[in-house]
Design a protein around this ligand. Structure first.
Ligand code: ZN
Ligand code: ZN
Length: 191
């Protein structure tokens, strides 16, 4: 003898015995709620798709950059500013603010905007007020990776082919780096 399978109502979470195989809810009132929830979900999905379709490339570019920069801040967490080794951080009022700073600036080198060796943790002071503090930046990189590395990367930067990102590419970059950030945090930062 087989006992009738008890299900949990999708709306009120109460147990009920379905009289139809596909039944998801316990009662007509829950069925009405379920239908309106589905409509709302459908509406949300469509609104999201619409936003994605109409979103400008500029906005997607900044979202992708925010995702890459967020990952860099996690990667370099606990390290001092690349350009001033934390000197300004200690003396600045806004000392705790650390940015992901570009070595080769995004204005002159737009194709290096997502290149990881080109981005390091930098204090707000160096990043914003000292125009990226490039001299200190290079000294910091040389200390970390050696002079040769700096020269090699500089050469690479000069020869870097321009990238043409489609909106789809930018969306992928944003998704990828958000995931990388989460994973890095979980594996190495104990969050
Ligand atoms: Zn119910
Ligand atoms: Zn600094």
């Amino acid at each position: 003898m087989r006992a009738a399978r008890v299900k949990k109502c999708k709306v009120c979470k109460a147990d009920f015995k379905p009289y139809q195989t596909m039944q998801k809810v316990c009662s007509p009132s829950c069925a009405a709620k379920f239908a309106s929830n589905e409509t709302r979900k459908q509406y949300k999905r469509e609104a999201l798709e619409y936003r994605k379709r109409t979103e400008t490339k500029k906005s997607q570019l900044s979202k992708a950059q925010a995702a890459v920069n967020g990952y860099i801040r996690t990667r370099d967490k606990g390290k001092p500013c690349i350009s001033c080794e934390g000197f300004k951080v200690k003396s600045s009022l806004h000392g705790s603010i650390l940015h992901a700073g570009h070595w080769h600036g995004r204005g002159a080198y737009p194709s290096l905007r997502f290149v990881l060796w080109n981005i390091h943790l930098q204090c707000a002071h160096c990043n914003e007020h000292l125009g990226g503090h490039v001299i200190g930046y290079e000294a910091g990189l040389a200390k970390k990776f050696g002079r040769e590395w700096v020269e090699k990367r500089k050469q690479q930067g000069r020869e870097w082919k321009p990238n043409h990102y489609s909106k789809k590419d930018l969306e992928r970059i944003a998704t990828l780096f958000r995931a990388k950030d989460r994973l890095y945090k979980r594996l190495f930062r104990g969050d």
